[in-house]
Design a binder for this molecule. Structure first.
Ligand SMILES: [Zn+2]
Length: 87
């Protein structure tokens, strides 16, 4: 399983970091996951930017006005967030 796979790794890969972002922004991550995500963000400008954009989308509370986001990225964000909220 993917979860077990990445839990055994020391560092998150970008895909895993993105998967944690919705919970992170909702302040709902366990400390261990939060720490690992922040460590990843420190070393990964790409994911830092991703998180910043996701924060904008969520702050707009579903009112998606994608000035800078392409459709695929936006769909991914919204889907990710909705899935997490409904789970
Ligand atoms: Zn990354």
């Amino acid at each position: 399983m993917r979860l077990r796979f990445w839990r055994r790794r020391r560092a998150l890969v970008c895909r895993d970091a993105v998967a944690l972002m919705a919970a992170y922004l909702d302040d709902a991550l366990p400390t261990s996951d939060r720490t690992r995500l922040e460590e990843h963000l420190d070393g990964c400008p790409h994911c830092s930017e991703y998180l910043a954009q996701l924060r904008v989308v969520i702050d707009a509370s579903g009112q998606v006005t994608p000035a800078d986001l392409d459709d695929d990225t936006l769909d991914e964000f919204v889907d990710l967030y909705r899935r997490w909220r409904s789970g």
